[in-house]
Write a protein that binds this ligand. Structure first.
Ligand code: HEC
Ligand code: HEC
Length: 209
């Protein structure tokens, strides 16, 4: 059962992920959030500090898939591997539904020059460098798309920058078992990006709404 669910999520872009998944238990999710997740992601999924991602309003399937990937070590992060270790598949489905239902809180960008550069890349990509437009998959307002395209609009720029670097280096998305099919897509996107482009687009995305 566990294996089937994980596999279904890994190919989630191509196939419906949750044919036999348990129904979300929002009361249970709320309990776990209040006891554990609140400290870093906020009770409503808006993180108070830049090192921790805001996860309010992300697609439920994306959140569930990331939790499963942390637990399985497919996405490597010592903090989240610890906090996902005791979660069941059902808990992860419930937490996905809980955070997907929270309202994302907009933020402002800080640097107007970076915002202008970032906006170009977001809307048009950089054909010469082989970088596609971010808006194609994350939406014109950065809201993300079901089931597997995360919200980037309103995300902390520091977190976005760190993830782009991790995708480019292969630290995220390139697990040896080849299970992170969605992460591989972003490896391809980030490959051609310069650090300056990453900084600019991360800054633009923080203010996007
Ligand atoms: C001690 C702080 C901390 C706690 C507690 C914590 N997280 Fe996290 N979480 C993080 C950090 C830091 C990251 C970013 C990891 C990385 O860089 O890959 C993260 C990443 C995530 C992500 C991936 C977000 C994305 O945009 O890809 C999800 C989903 C998540 N956490 C859910 C949870 C849930 C659910 C709980 C409660 C069971 C929880 N976290 C508890 C710090 C925490
Ligand atoms: C072809 C579709 C596609 C395009 C184009 C694309 N992305 Fe992504 N992106 C994805 C997918 C799928 C994921 C989820 C990866 C995963 O599951 O780990 C993702 C994840 C991300 C993440 C991680 C978010 C988080 O919460 O951890 C960031 C940051 C990101 N993309 C930024 C960008 C930027 C910036 C661009 C434009 C330069 C871009 N993406 C273009 C498909 C795309």
């Amino acid at each position: 059962m566990k294996r089937t669910l994980l596999l279904a999520i890994a190919v989630g872009l191509a196939a419906p992920a949750f044919a036999q998944a348990p129904a979300p238990d929002l009361a249970k999710a709320q309990q776990i959030v209040n006891q554990v997740c609140v400290a870093c992601h906020g009770a409503d999924g808006t993180s108070p500090i830049a090192a921790n991602p805001s996860i309010a309003g992300m697609p439920a399937d994306y959140i569930t898939a990331q939790l499963m990937h942390f637990k399985a070590g497919i996405r490597q992060n010592a903090i989240m591997q610890g906090f996902s270790a005791t979660l069941s598949d059902a808990d992860m489905v419930s937490l996905g539904a809980y955070f997907a239902a929270q309202k994302p809180r907009p933020q402002d960008a800080r640097d107007a020059t970076l915002v202008r550069e970032g906006q170009k890349l977001w809307r048009a990509g950089d054909a010469a460098a082989g970088v596609p437009a971010c808006s194609a998959c994350h939406g014109p307002t950065g809201a993300g798309m079901p089931k597997n395209y995360p919200r980037i609009g309103g995300q902390w720029a520091d977190y976005t920058l760190a993830q782009l670097k991790a995708f480019k280096s292969g630290e995220r998305g390139m697990d040896t078992a080849g299970k992170d099919i969605n992460g591989r897509i972003m490896n391809g996107v980030a490959r051609g990006m310069s650090e300056a482009q990453m900084k600019a687009v991360a800054e633009y995305a923080q203010g996007l709404r």
